[in-house]
Design a binder for this molecule. Structure first.
Ligand code: URA
Length: 241
């Protein structure tokens, strides 16, 4: 199934390689919808609206990033295999289910991704946390890796790469490439807001990665910010506006 997003002609041509059909001031961006899960539970949409408002301060913004990460983690682990385990309740012996041999690494893209780690750790306390540091060149908007540290057995883990905003897809594809080079087979990208351009870039760059997002927004503006978006997620999380 393919997903067609109509996006305003305000973006800056960073969808290199994308097949874009111009439709009178709007352009269509198509991508493979089967690898994208939009976590659009009413509570998620409500919380995201509060996050989008410029009136929302850092404390509440941070709390909401954490909560939405938790909701996404719930969906991103839905296919984890289960096995039977014998237990004894206070009443009788019975068989319960437990997650079978699935180890997880949470990999925030620094720095905004850090805001999503605690929510996921609440859900998966045994997960390890790796870090990938990317900064975006202010002029070219190209990502640069400046730091990376993963658990030693990352290759055997499901890696949940987290970053609140999927804009051009540059940082996400660079982080995914890094994980692939380290031998990670199961990579899932969890973002809170995604631009169609970024989704297309990520899905076309890596044929296996799965994407989870709370919303697919309209487009990117000339500064590669998501429209309507929520501004600079890192600045809003850390109060560096
Ligand atoms: N990064 C952000 O924090 N916000 C955007 O809109 C795009 C990239």
């Amino acid at each position: 199934a393919s997903f067609r997003a109509l996006t305003h002609l305000r973006q800056t041509g960073r969808t290199k390689g994308a097949r874009i059909g111009h439709t009178g001031g709007l352009m269509t961006i198509e991508f493979d919808r089967s690898r994208v899960t939009v976590v659009d539970h009413p509570l998620v949409q409500h919380k995201l609206t509060i996050m989008r408002s410029e009136q929302t301060g850092s404390k509440q913004f941070r709390e909401l990033v954490k909560e939405l990460a938790l909701f996404e983690g719930y969906e991103a682990t839905r296919d984890f295999p289960l096995e039977d385990i014998a237990i004894k309740t206070p009443i009788c012996e019975t068989t319960g289910k437990q997650i079978s041999g699935r180890k997880v690494a949470i990999v925030p893209i620094l720095r905004a991704g850090l805001g999503m780690v605690d929510g996921l750790l609440e859900l998966i306390p045994a997960a390890r946390v790796g870090h990938v540091g990317m900064y975006r060149d202010e002029v070219t908007h190209e990502p640069h890796e400046y730091y990376a540290k993963l658990p030693g057995d990352a290759g055997q883990r499901t890696c949940l790469v987290v970053d609140p905003m999927l804009a051009t897809g540059g940082s996400a594809t660079a982080a995914i490439d890094y994980l692939r080079r380290q031998g990670v087979k199961d990579v899932r990208l969890l973002v809170l807001v995604a631009a169609p351009e970024g989704i297309k870039t990520v899905l076309e760059h890596d044929s296996e990665v799965r994407l989870y997002t709370c919303a697919i927004d309209e487009c990117l503006n000339d500064a590669a910010y998501i429209v309507p978006g929520l501004g600079d997620a890192g600045d809003r999380i850390f109060g560096t506006l």
